[in-house]
Design a protein around this ligand. Structure first.
Ligand SMILES: [Zn+2]
Length: 450
């Protein structure tokens, strides 16, 4: 990196928001405005992947247009960005003119063997990695041998080269320093350990990829739209060690000083927000939380609650989703866990009232009829709204005010507040973990949900 150049810099805290149908940018931005009113700057980043554009049939230009309109209407004067999410060398081009944040997805290249001699050469250039490393703030020192470094290089070097190739393509088109780079390796089979993250960062620095955020795959399951499944204490340790690795990599390899972690499939991870907040505060570290489909589910909830045609449309979408579940779930296999046996039959759902549909869909772990299988399936079923787009958009417009209120309340109350702003005293005991089975939450402390 040329230190004399002024680089577009990602703020310490940022929230990735997805807006499948381009209707909620203002409601989303309001959540960031609420955080600002509480004294915390959280910068909005509107993200949409190539996969989403293909499924919905939208164009990258539309994301920037919707975001810019919201920024104008609300008079937002802080930074905001548009993220070409999960792009690869073969999909980046259509995003170049419309994004200033690029998430280079190199998960497919993980595990591909590098060319002859590349592994040994890399390990030879990095003796500093093959030793005992006392990272400030880490739970324990990292002990790596040359064999460890070679094993990790074998698994990740090609992915790093891929990231460098995509980065150079964007830099050639848009100009170095004029966009923010994220590298994502979250959609892989195995999580990365802190040591693996360290070697990957060393390789990215060497390949001159000035990334400002990195999305590793963390331990445990990050399923779409539902809570974390895994060992929260182990997650907290690893998350903290990952931050120690990032700080070390910034100092040692000259990566951008604001390098931070990005948590993908980050919506609804209620069990993780308190530990993440603790660790961020302890280390004075930043975070990018990437969410997407939680907003589309708020639209669907709004329709269900409206009753009449809205409810009928929600039921129709569910019925088709059950029928086409294999096709809908395939692109998201790494980030959903749906037990088909626990999906209610379409015929049963057809008889539901608004409240029954909403209770099954709304992410309230303390509600015994909340159904995470149904919620995950609908999360990935937005294609079915796209195929009925005229009717869908009309229904969403009919309950615009309610949906907008819920989109804002969901993002602020259940995401930004616990993560970045801090809960009020009465909220500290909110039983948000999926294991919680009692309803101890006092009504006046409810974070969102009308
Ligand atoms: Zn991702």
């Amino acid at each position: 990196m040329d230190p004399s150049r002024s680089w577009l810099r990602l703020a310490k805290f940022s929230l990735g928001v997805g807006d499948r149908f381009g209707q909620q940018a203002q409601a989303q931005l309001r959540a960031c405005r609420m955080a600002a009113e509480h004294g915390v700057e959280v910068v909005p980043v509107w993200n949409k992947s190539n996969r989403e554009h293909l499924i919905v049939g939208s164009e990258p230009a539309s994301v920037r247009a919707a975001a810019a309109a919201a920024v104008r209407e609300l008079g937002w004067e802080k930074p905001w960005h548009v993220d070409a999410d999960h792009i690869r060398l073969d999909t980046v081009d259509r995003f170049l003119a419309h994004a200033d944040f690029f998430t280079l997805d190199v998960a497919d290249a993980v595990g591909k063997p590098p060319g002859a001699g590349a592994i040994e050469a890399f390990a030879g250039r990095h003796p500093e990695l093959a030793r005992r490393l006392d990272l400030p703030g880490a739970a324990a020192p990292l002990h790596a041998t040359r064999a460890d470094v070679e094993r990790i290089a074998r698994e990740y070097l090609v992915a790093v080269q891929e990231a460098a190739a995509i980065y150079r393509r964007i830099a050639a088109a848009n100009g170095e320093g004029r966009f923010i780079t994220e590298v994502s390796i979250d959609e892989t089979e195995r999580p990365q350990t802190p040591l693996e993250l360290l070697v990957i960062l060393a390789a990215l620095a060497e390949a001159r990829v000035p990334l400002q955020t990195i999305a590793p795959k963390f331990t445990g399951r990050f399923n779409k739209g539902v809570d974390y499944v895994g060992d929260v204490a182990q997650f907290e340790r690893e998350f903290s060690d990952d931050l120690a690795v990032l700080a070390f990599a910034v100092k040692t390899f000259g990566l951008p000083a604001n390098l931070k972690l990005s948590v993908h499939s980050g919506s609804d991870k209620f069990a993780l927000y308190p530990p993440i907040r603790r660790v961020l505060q302890r280390r004075d570290a930043g975070l990018h939380l990437k969410t997407a489909g939680t907003t589309w589910l708020e639209e669907l909830l709004g329709l269900a609650k409206a009753g009449g045609k809205g409810l009928a449309l929600a039921k129709e979408i569910y019925a088709e989703a059950v029928e086409r579940r294999d096709e809908l779930c395939a692109p998201y296999a790494a980030v959903i866990d749906i037990d088909r046996a626990r999906l209610p039959k379409a015929g049963v759902v057809a008889t539901w009232t608004s409240e029954q549909f909403a209770s099954a869909l709304r992410h309230d772990p303390a509600n015994s009829v909340f159904n995470p299988h149904l919620r995950q399936l609908l999360h990935v079923a937005y294609k079915l709204a796209a195929t009925r787009s005229e009717r869908y958009l009309k229904s969403v417009a009919d309950c615009r005010a309610t949906i907008a209120r819920n989109v804002t309340a969901n993002l602020y109350g259940r995401h930004l507040k616990p993560l970045f702003v801090g809960l009020d005293e009465c909220e500290e005991s909110v039983p948000l973990s999926p294991t919680a089975n009692s309803r101890r939450r006092p009504n006046d402390c409810r974070a969102s949900d009308p």
